[in-house]
Design a binder for this molecule. Structure first.
Ligand code: GCU
Length: 711
């Protein structure tokens, strides 16, 4: 009864809202399917009169049909029927085995997951074909067709095809079993471990739909700082329940594995990867996992990094550890993603450590191991050069790991569209014969096992990602993992059209705002190649003065090295020579400050404050100018967003505006605190006309944030 009343209420509310922009809260992500305007509705209806099935029945096919019907009902305002008879204006879902007579397509090019959309005449009827070699391909194709509708493509002339360039496109959830999310700024973990496996939150399906709409085909469920508990039978049953929900959407589950689990769970005296009992334990564990999750994807492992156990505890190396797990998973088709995020061996230059430990192991890993490398050599900074391992391990599959959640970019309150950051690393020329994207898609060195991973920004917040615009980062990750050569602006255009409005002027205004946003963060936090100036532990706010942490390479002063003589980390041949880890063509450029791009200048060089910049300013003047530019860009973003008010539904407009106000305030804080601190180092006056920081340095230093999220 209660439900009926609720439904009647909702329908009435829906009717009241017809004709005006309905209240939106962001839950629907980019799959909103709001009514098109009259003419577009009629055009859509003409192209989508029915769904015709020419493919074997399966849960994935059902999901595709349900999504098409949901989309058409929402956008055209009509329920459409499902049939097996070819009718004019049909959407024909076809696989080769059951394709209607006369349908000739380049099936082979599509591979297992690719799709093709084509408006054509078939047996005398005008139809739209959605074709693929598998039910998952049809699901991806259906989402692609819906995207075409949402972004205003000409449906009467549709002709598109796409196949993923990267095999494994994975979200890495840093979710703990108590639902706290490490570096999570969007509420608690979606995974309600306590209620699993019996209770399945309907949100799991919407999560899977969103991922499938982008082509994301795997999820590592638990934090890389893993508890062994996730490998126990009760938790495997919970993971299996999630796998069951995700399976129709083409998503496999993976788990982060704690290296010392044989000791903690198995009661063994050692986790030495060369010990036969340890190997037997992992084999049995893999068998147990596959008995409950037959399509389990594999393990993600953080070993000998930031206190995590690993093979080095037993005098073994990363390959020994990874290969042991690979041996256990191999018979079942599973993979090991072994992370290269390590910085233990020698603190003289933290940026060098991943390469030092991993490059010599090139060719030593089992075929089902992928070494997972962060985009840059430090840790998800607003800007880093690409990681020197890309291109330097030709005999080893390398995965690219990016961080979607914005640990170092202002959490979810700052608007920073990460498409340009992801694209910047993918398009970077490694100097080893191709760009990073060619390492990631395997083509540079002929690797067949390929992967891209994104540390998720998803939680229980109603809008999923903590802010409306952070949804774009989930979206951009998925689209770029499918096709690393997509342009960040093109991706933003699709997202903005699907998420806010397809009206070109408004859509493009949103894209323009997004495209400048990441650079704004770089400018007001860490311009000119500076890095790791954030507050201790939580990484919130500026703290370039911190110099008292246990490990030298945790301190901001270690990274910026500012003093009376200048600023920057000398990684040139005269310094740590970190630059030598890059291919000679790249190393040559970045060894000399005059040929190092200003964006990376202080990453590679320690330079005097009066160093002459290409702009004509001194280094000190340029630094200050960049901080000011960052603040000004955020002010400009606010103005642009205000101007969009008539175009955006009120609730989401107001929410974004409120977030931008926080960002403007915090950008100013960053700028003021950093200028105050660096001025105390340079001892130089502010350039003429520059506004002094609002407060004394001591006031910025005194700020503490005891309960900042995500720790
Ligand atoms: C960063 C982050 C940690 C995380 C680590 C990792 O250092 O701050 O929370 O565990 O990266 O990637 O393993």
């Amino acid at each position: 009864m209660k439900t009926v009343v609720r439904w009647v209420g909702m329908v009435m509310l829906g009717l009241m809202l017809v004709g005006q922009a309905a209240a939106e809260d962001g839950y629907d992500l980019w799959l909103r399917y709001r009514p098109l305007d009259g003419a577009a509705q009629a055009r859509l209806h003409a192209q989508a009169r029915a769904v015709v099935l020419a493919a074997p029945a399966s849960p994935s096919l059902d999901a595709a049909v349900a999504e098409l019907r949901r989309g058409v009902a929402g956008m055209a305002g009509r329920e459409i029927a499902v049939s097996t008879r070819l009718v004019p204006g049909a959407l024909v879902l076809a696989t080769p085995g059951q394709a209607p007579a006369g349908l000739v397509l380049p099936w082979a090019d599509l591979g297992r997951e690719g799709w093709l959309l084509r408006r054509q005449t078939l047996q005398g009827r005008d139809v739209t074909v959605i074709a693929a070699n598998s039910d998952i391909g049809l699901l991806y194709g259906s989402f692609a067709w819906l995207r075409a509708v949402q972004t205003g493509a000409d449906l009467a002339r549709l002709d598109q095809r796409s196949a993923p360039k990267v095999g494994l496109r994975l979200l890495n959830h840093w979710d703990n079993l108590d639902r706290h999310v490490e570096r999570g700024y969007a509420g608690a973990s979606l995974w309600d471990w306590w209620k699993l496996p019996d209770l399945l939150d309907p949100r799991y399906v919407d999560y899977a739909r969103a991922n499938a709409s982008l082509g994301i085909n795997g999820a590592v469920l638990n934090n890389v700082n893993a508890k062994a508990d996730s490998l126990t039978a009760p938790f495997l049953a919970k993971a299996a329940a999630l796998a069951g929900v995700f399976r129709p959407y083409g998503i496999k589950v993976y788990l982060s594995a704690r290296f010392s689990a044989p000791v903690e769970l198995g009661g063994l005296k050692t986790a030495d990867p060369l010990d036969p009992a340890v190997r037997a334990w992992w084999k049995a564990k893999a068998d147990e996992i596959y008995a409950v999750i037959p399509d389990f994807g594999g393990f993600l492992v953080k070993a000998n990094s930031e206190g995590q156990p690993g093979p080095q505890d037993y005098g073994r190396n990363h390959a020994d550890g990874a290969n042991m797990l690979a041996e256990a998973l191999g018979p079942h088709g599973g993979v090991v993603m072994w992370r290269a995020f390590v910085y233990a061996a020698d603190a003289s230059d933290r940026a060098k450590q991943g390469y030092v430990e991993f490059q010599p192991l090139d060719g030593k890993f089992a075929p089902n191991v992928i070494v997972q490398v962060k985009n840059g050599p430090i840790d998800f900074q607003p800007r880093e050069p690409f990681h020197p391992l890309f291109g330097a391990m030709p005999h080893t599959p390398l995965a690219l790991e990016v961080q979607i959640t914005k640990e170092y970019l202002g959490f979810s309150t700052h608007l920073a569209y990460l498409g340009p950051l992801f694209a910047e690393v993918l398009q970077a020329d490694t100097g080893h014969g191709g760009k990073v994207a060619r390492v990631v898609d395997g083509s540079l060195h002929g690797q067949r096992l390929t992967a891209m991973a994104g540390v998720a920004n998803i939680g229980t917040d109603r809008n999923w990602s903590g802010s409306q615009f952070d949804q774009a980062n989930w979206y951009a990750f998925g689209r770029l993992a499918w096709d690393p050569d997509l342009g960040a602006a093109d991706v933003a255009r699709d997202w903005a059209a699907q998420t806010f409005t397809a009206r070109p002027a408004a859509r493009d205004a949103i894209v323009a705002l997004m495209m400048g946003s990441r650079e704004a963060v770089v400018d007001y936090m860490t311009p000119l190649g500076l890095h790791h100036l954030m507050g201790t532990g939580h990484h919130y706010g500026p703290a370039p003065w911190v110099d008292n942490l246990e490990r030298a390479d945790w301190n901001p002063v270690y990274f910026h090295r500012a003093g009376r003589d200048g600023i920057g980390f000398d990684r040139s041949p005269a310094g740590s020579n970190g630059v030598a880890q890059y291919a000679p063509s790249v190393a040559r450029l970045w060894s000399d400050p005059r040929t190092t791009p200003p964006e990376l200048l202080l990453w590679f060089h320690h330079l005097p404050w009066d160093y002459a910049m290409p702009s004509g300013r001194s280094l000190w003047g340029e630094l200050v100018a960049r901080y000011d530019r960052g603040v000004a860009t955020v002010d400009d973003m606010r103005r642009r967003w205000d101007a969009l008010k008539p175009e955006i539904d009120a609730a989401r407009h107001a929410e974004v505006a409120a977030y931008l106000a926080v960002q403007a305030h915090e950008a100013q804080w960053w700028r003021d605190a950093c200028i105050a601190y660096f001025q105390s180092m340079s001892g130089l006056p502010l350039p003429a006309g520059v506004r002094p920081p609002a407060l004394d340095l001591a006031a910025y230093k005194a700020r503490q944030f005891a309960f900042a999220p995500g720790r």
